[in-house]
Design a protein around this ligand. Structure first.
Ligand SMILES: *Cc1c(COP(=O)(O)O)cnc(C)c1O
Length: 378
């Protein structure tokens, strides 16, 4: 048993050890130059990410939540406008909708891929609907082709929440490919440490191919300033620290390797749990690669809390993403979002469990985890 070595949901320390020289050098350079705000590394990372994503504009900002908020401000969404997003997501997505006085319309997801349901979106479109926010949950894209078609038909903006799926490829029916977040009007991502491309603090970015929108995003992130001391619109102060950009420059080079390591771990899990009557492994969508921000199982006829306790006794962490749907949170209580319309989300909140997933999982550790889960779920 490898209980002596602490298994973590995300192991950032071992990952750091492998890139330590480059990261330390990058950080030291920023300190030597004392260019803490908007130093050269920010622009360099921006360019590197534009190239990686094959997108015209990357606008770095302070975190993923800000990215979503700035995107909604730049698109000119006004109080009372309805924005459709998934009920089964992290709070940040719907939080900024509410903060701006927009109305979060929370819809159900699909049981197999966890992606926002196209049929559910369509049912909730009204004359007040202005935007759809698909969340590429756990690292796999939503059905963007169907979402873009709906958006075109009803004249809606599409804001992709790519916080969990940076690096995933979306495959169109014609065989062409685009990176997650570069298909809608704007993609919003997070560099929170545990995300697939995580920095060593907070960070985020927006991306778009629209020149005019890019200029607005940049302006709003920078106090609504068009020229120095000229403020055309109300903005916010949202910047990516130079030190974080220096870390991200090093880690972006590893991102595809990191995705491979995560996929190897996912394959190991898949194999161990294949055809198990009580455990359903994550379904891979036909139109997307998976970057496995999370590896999330669905349990059937297993006491989830007891399983988590059993694993915890062996020092195996597990998490529930997410235990309570947004429409059940006091912050989002509204007559509009009814439990009867959200049966899959309710079911998933009660049955999902996420296992350790990161870039440093050895087969020995994976075997210990899967053996333990299987022992409990016999
Ligand atoms: C992490 C996350 C965010 C917010 O990112 P922060 O950088 O923490 O603000 C938004 N949406 C989803 C789906 C996330 O997982």
């Amino acid at each position: 048993m490898i209980t002596a070595q602490k298994i973590q949901m995300v192991d950032l320390k071992s990952q750091y050890e492998k890139i330590k020289l480059d990261v330390d050098k990058g950080i030291q350079e920023v300190i030597n130059n004392t260019a803490f705000i908007n130093g050269p590394a920010v622009k360099e990372f921006q360019k590197d990410l534009e190239t990686y994503l094959n997108v015209k504009h990357v606008i770095p900002c302070a975190n993923g939540t800000d990215a979503l908020q700035i995107a909604m401000m730049a698109l000119g969404l006004k109080p009372g406008d309805e924005v459709i997003t998934a009920d089964f997501t992290y709070v940040a997505t719907a939080e900024v909708i509410g903060l701006l006085g927009l109305i979060p319309v929370l819809v159900d997801v699909k049981e197999d891929t966890f992606e926002i349901s196209i049929e559910a979106i369509e049912k909730k479109i009204t004359p007040k609907t202005k935007a759809i926010v698909p969340v590429h949950l756990y690292g796999q894209c939503c059905n963007m082709e169907a979402i873009m078609a709906l958006a075109k038909k009803h004249n809606l903006f599409v804001i992709e929440d790519v916080a969990q799926a940076l690096g995933a490829d979306y495959m169109f029916a014609d065989g062409s490919k685009k990176k997650a977040g570069t298909i809608g009007n704007v993609g919003c991502t997070s560099f929170f440490p545990s995300k697939n491309l995580g920095c060593y603090g907070d960070g985020g970015a927006m991306y778009t191919n629209d020149d005019e929108l890019a200029a607005k995003l940049r302006m709003i992130a920078h106090h609504g300033q068009s020229k120095q001391y000229i403020h055309d619109v109300l903005g916010v102060n949202s910047r990516l620290d130079t030190i974080q950009a220096a870390v991200l420059k090093v880690k972006l080079k590893q991102l595809d390797n990191y995705a491979k390591a995560r996929n190897n771990a996912a394959d190991f899990y898949d194999k161990a749990f294949a055809n198990h009557p009580k455990i359903k492994t994550p379904t891979r969508a036909k139109f997307s690669t998976h970057v496995f921000h999370q590896y999330t199982l669905k349990l059937n006829g297993v006491d989830r809390d007891k399983l988590r306790e059993f694993l915890a006794e062996r020092n195996i962490p597990s998490m529930i993403y997410y235990p309570i749907p947004l429409h059940k949170q006091n912050a989002f209580k509204s007559d509009r979002n009814k439990e009867a319309d959200l049966p899959i989300t309710m079911k998933l909140c009660a049955s999902v469990i996420s296992l350790p997933m990161h870039t440093e999982l050895s087969n020995e550790t994976l075997k210990f985890i899967t053996d333990s889960v299987l022992e409990f779920c016999k």
